[in-house]
Every structure is written in C-alpha cells, then in structure tokens.
Ligand binder design. Structure first.
Ligand SMILES: Cc1cc2nc3c(=O)[nH]c(=O)nc-3n(C[C@H](O)[C@H](O)[C@H](O)COP(=O)(O)OP(=O)(O)OC[C@H]3O[C@@H](n4cnc5c(N)ncnc54)[C@H](O)[C@@H]3O)c2cc1C
Length: 403
C-alpha cells in the first residue's frame, strides 16, 4: 500500500471504475455515496437490457460524443469497447452483439455484473461509505451529511463522479453544481439528453393514440436519417428513435424557438410512386380508405397525417405524398431532465487538465456523466463513464507521484 488515501465521491460506474484502478495501484480508497446502495442508475439501465457498449467500427465510435469527441479520445483509447467486453468477461459477464451492433451482457441485466464488481472491489480493500451525502469543501476537508450528523474527511486526493441529473431519485441530482461553481469551476447548464419531446397533440388524437407505436418509419433532423420506431405519448413523442434526434431538436429549440422532427411514414415507397398511388384513388372514397389503399397507412400513421395536415393538403395527392414522405412533427420542448436517460452539460472540459483534474481545484479529479459531453443511447454513455473513470484514476496516480 502507498499509504495515501483517496476519497471517491459517487458510486456509479465512473466512480467504481476509478476505485478499481486506484485500489489496484495500492492506494487506500473509500467510495462515498449519498444513497443507501451504490450503482442504482447502472442497475436501472439493466432493467431494459444493459447496453454496455457498441461494436461499430472504433473510428466511428469515437465520433459519437459530439463536440467533446476529440477531448474524450485519450480516455476512450485507454478503455475501448473491446476493453469493456473483456473487463465484463473478467467479472463473469459474457456479452453478445445485437443485430443493431449494440453490445449486451448475455443475461441482459446489470445485477450480476455489479455484484461481482463490488465483490472484487471489497477484495481489493475498497471501503464503501453509503448514506454519505457530500455537501461541500471545508478547510479541513470534504464535508458529508450522514445519518449520524455531519462528518469531515481528509484525503490525499479527491475524485468526484457524481453523475448528471436524470432520474434524480437514483442519487444523481446535480446538487453538486453550486458546490463546484462557488469554487470557480465552470459548468454548462445541465439539460435533458436522450429524452422525449412534448407535442401539442389534439385531445382526440392523444386520447385515442397515446401509447401507440409508429413502426417501420424513417426519421430525419440535423442529426441525420434514422430508421426504426417510436411511440406517441400523451405528452408528445418518446423512444430510442426520438432520442437519436434529441440533441439536434433540443439545440434548435434553444437557438430558434421551434423545431420539427420529419417522419417518412412510407419509407418503402418512392415519392413518385406514392403520388401516383394516391392520385389513382377515387376522389369520392373516404380519406381513411384513400390513405390505406393509396399509401398503405392505417391506425396511428393515418391518424398522424390527419392530425398534422390541413384539409387542402389532404385533398391534393402531390402535396399529401410529399408530406407522407417527410411529415413534420413540431416539438414544443424536451421532456423534463428527471425523465431523461442522460444529461447534457456539466463541468466544462476546458476547465480540466489532461489528467481530469480541475484547474480551479488542484487535487480534485472528475469523471463520468457530470462532465460536459453527451452521446446517443447505444452503450456510448456507459463506455465513456467507465473510460473517464479510468482516465481520472490514472490522473490521480500521476499527480500523487509526479505532482
Ligand atoms: C433508464 C436508464 C437507462 C439507461 N440505460 C443505459 C444503457 O443501456 N447504456 C448506457 O450506456 N447508458 C445507459 N444509461 C445511462 C447510464 O446509466 C449513465 O450514463 C451512467 O450511470 C452515469 O454514470 P456516472 O458514474 O457518471 O453517474 P451515476 O451512475 O449517476 O452515479 C453517480 C453517483 O453519485 C452519487 N451522488 C450524487 N450526488 C452525490 C452527493 N452529493 N454525495 C454523495 N453521492 C452523490 C449518486 O448517488 C450516484 O450513486 C441509462 C440511464 C437511465 C436513467
């Protein structure tokens, strides 16, 4: 043992990965967490199939972090998607690649992996102090609220991995923001990422179709063109196909006050064919029959056309065909961050040195979702949390040894 003590605050994937690295390097590591147990969001992520990383070409993978891609590159190179799979395998969790290229544990869940991981950390001497909510810095160290009152802790280095602000009841609620901004750390506002959007549906439409899936459609925005399915909700639209457009729609709403998701409801038919098929229909038959016979649209797809198109468009085969191929759904606002899969924003990356140490607070390192990056769903989030946890741990080691 080096005799040096490291306080890691936050027992999510980023903090636990840092604990694994630092305890392996011989430091006395304590992980503090405000919740009664650690890894709650990780466990929740496993409820719908833990998508732990992605198998796409690595050169493509590393571009998925938007403007932060370049800055995260060293951390990702240090813990690639293949490393994630090898690491999980080392903990007894084998993985497989789904048809979309996403990588999952064969058991789909996170619980066996987390159990084995916590067992290994304990064997490496990592102490877990749960129900310790970090409330700030004091001259004498780090201050925590605990069931037995406030506690102050001193360490040779501190690593914060406090997460973003989605699903706050799982522990990460962004309450660290004032604690760090008071110390001069620059933080971009936390915003919902990988979230649904509100749409001003009519009562008739939402009463009838909330919960209905729009299957086999293609969606388009500045983010790109993606096939798949999404769901109509009472509030608006939800689902992984919407999440893929989240950053583009959210940022356009911020910039311009309005944004639209374009949907091709009949991706299997060309515009020309659709126009001909619609024009061939007898003008006397009902709109439902025209949409069904002329465009193959029924149920929620046909209802969406009625909901969003004016009467004059519905009567004109050429305009109707154009809209069926690119129907604009006007989104009003993102759903609240508490419902989002992840957060955008956080500690600005130019406020960190290469070792993931805060320039404003020497000796304090940061990792995971609390940093200012975002990525789509697909295993990118967990991979980057694990990778930055490792990179920050490496940074602690370098700083303690070489200053
Ligand atoms: C429903 C859902 C499904 C998801 N599915 C996937 C998926 O399949 N694949 C994927 O890649 N990602 C997924 N994610 C995202 C992924 O779970 C997160 O990106 C990841 O958990 C973030 O890791 P982290 O360690 O940075 O933070 P967190 O996991 O949020 O951990 C932060 C920890 O810090 C603690 N903490 C916070 N503030 C304090 C404080 N003041 N004092 C003490 N402790 C504190 C919290 O209690 C928490 O334990 C999903 C998220 C959700 C909500």
């Amino acid at each position: 043992m080096s005799g040096k003590e490291i306080a890691i605050i936050g027992g999510g994937p980023a903090g636990l990965m840092a604990a694994e690295m630092l305890s392996m390097s011989g430091y006395a590591v304590t992980v503090y967490d405000g919740m009664p147990t650690v890894g709650r969001k990780f466990l929740l992520a496993g409820k719908s199939g833990l998508n732990i990383t992605h198998s796409e070409d690595y050169q493509h993978f590393v571009t998925r972090f938007g403007t932060a891609s370049h800055r995260l590159r060293d951390a990702l190179d240090g813990f690639t998607p293949q490393d994630v799979r090898t690491w999980a395998s080392g903990l007894g969790t084998e993985t497989f690649t789904g048809t979309s290229g996403r990588v999952f544990p064969t058991v789909m869940k996170a619980s066996p992996l987390l159990r084995a991981w916590l067992g290994r950390l304990e064997a490496q001497g990592v102490k877990l102090m749960t129900r310790h909510r970090w409330t700030g810095f004091a001259d004498s160290g780090l201050v925590f609220e605990t069931p037995n009152g406030p506690v102050t802790v001193q360490g040779d280095a501190t690593l914060l991995a406090l997460g973003g602000a989605s699903w706050p009841r799982l522990g990460a609620d962004g309450s660290w923001i004032p604690l760090l901004s008071d110390k001069g750390v620059e933080i971009a506002d936390l915003q919902p990422a990988n979230c649904g959007f509100d749409v001003a549906w009519s009562d008739v439409f939402k009463d009838r179709f909330a919960g209905a899936p729009l299957k086999s459609v293609t969606t388009m925005s500045e983010a790109g063109t993606f096939p798949g399915e999404f769901v109509v909700s009472r509030h608006g639209i939800e689902g992984s196909l919407v999440y893929a457009h989240c950053a583009a729609l959210r940022d356009r709403l911020t910039r311009q006050g309005h944004a639209r998701l374009l949907v091709d409801l009949a991706p299997g038919r060309s515009l020309e064919r659709l126009e001909k098929d619609l024009a061939r229909q007898d003008g006397k038959i009902s709109l439902s029959n025209r949409l069904r016979k002329g465009a193959g649209l029924e149920g929620v797809k046909a209802a969406l056309v009625r909901e969003l198109c004016s009467q004059s468009i519905l009567q004109d085969p050429a305009q109707l065909a154009r809209l069926i191929k690119a129907l604009p759904i006007p989104v009003v606002r993102p759903r609240p961050i508490a419902e989002a899969i992840s957060s955008a924003g956080g500690i600005r990356l130019d406020g960190l040195d290469k070792r993931y140490m805060l320039k404003a607070l020497p000796g304090v390192f940061v990792a995971g979702e609390m940093l200012d990056w975002e990525a789509p769903t697909g295993g990118y989030l967990l991979t980057a949390c694990l990778a930055t946890g490792r990179a920050a741990a490496k940074g602690v080691n370098e700083w303690l040894n070489f200053g």
